[in-house]
Design a protein around this ligand. Sequence first.
Ligand code: FAD
Ligand code: FES
Length: 259
Amino acid sequence: MDKRITLPITKIITEATDIKTFGFEYDLKAKPGQFIMLTDFGKGEKPFSLADCTKTEFFITIKQIGDFTTRLFQKDVGDLISIRGPYGSSFFISQGNVLLIGGGFATPPLYFLSKELLKIGTKITVINGAKTNQQLIFSDRFEQLELNYMSTTQFGAHGNGTAVDRTKKLLKKEQFDYLYASGPEMMLNALSTILKDDEYEFLLERYMKCAVGICGSCTLDPIGIRLCMEGPVLPKRIVEQLTEFGKYHRDASGMRIKF
Ligand SMILES: Cc1cc2nc3c(=O)[nH]c(=O)nc-3n(C[C@H](O)[C@H](O)[C@H](O)COP(=O)(O)OP(=O)(O)OC[C@H]3O[C@@H](n4cnc5c(N)ncnc54)[C@H](O)[C@@H]3O)c2cc1C
Ligand code: FES
């Protein structure tokens, strides 16, 4: 859908002090891993991944970071926003035994993916990692699904390591047909070093302006693929060719910013 559509917010769920999920009643026809471009009619438009999407509603989960997301956090049910999309590539729907690894506020697209994988009877294990217990989100939703759910936090009284630590331990005991991950790029980079023999897909983020492959702001070195078109979900064979992966991303002006 390239046309813009204006919708009222129908649900707001507080996940943590700085993370909220926004729900909208609309048949978006999105697939897991895809994203929408959203504006509140103020300055700018930003991409957000789908945390869930059914025939009647869709959800996005947002962390409050800068001006744009702070404005969204001031919205109430009934307030209008405008979207275009869904855009981008989606996760491969694998059969067999799969592992999903999520980090922080980037975990929700894996919830949408879990629901689609369960429809074809895939056996799923989810590792959901966060810095603290307070930042660990979507546990309640994953626990309602027929899958093996593990959570881990890095800091705090019950901290037991990162999602990468937990993945390393699990891979010593169990083999998976396919792996999926969504999280901070340094987490994905660390995962790529331990997934040498495994097939995987990663959900990546880059600065996006047009989301339709025209402006070039989301192209990745050195192969020049556009993350808004060929991504944001990329398979292992592409991730392995990216010289900027885990090293730097670019700001609105195209300047490199080190991770
Ligand atoms: C495909 C795709 C999917 C995305 N999905 C989601 C999603 O589901 N939920 C969500 O909350 N965000 C998501 N993002 C990021 C989102 O689009 C915004 O970039 C982010 O919310 C920051 O917006 P802001 O304007 O509030 O902050 P800005 O004013 O743009 O940034 C404020 C500061 O935060 C830094 N910053 C910007 N973005 C990030 C980031 N992602 N992580 C850490 N620091 C950052 C900036 O460098 C700057 O210093 C996605 C991005 C992409 C490309
Ligand atoms: S955001 Fe413009 S080409 Fe990807």
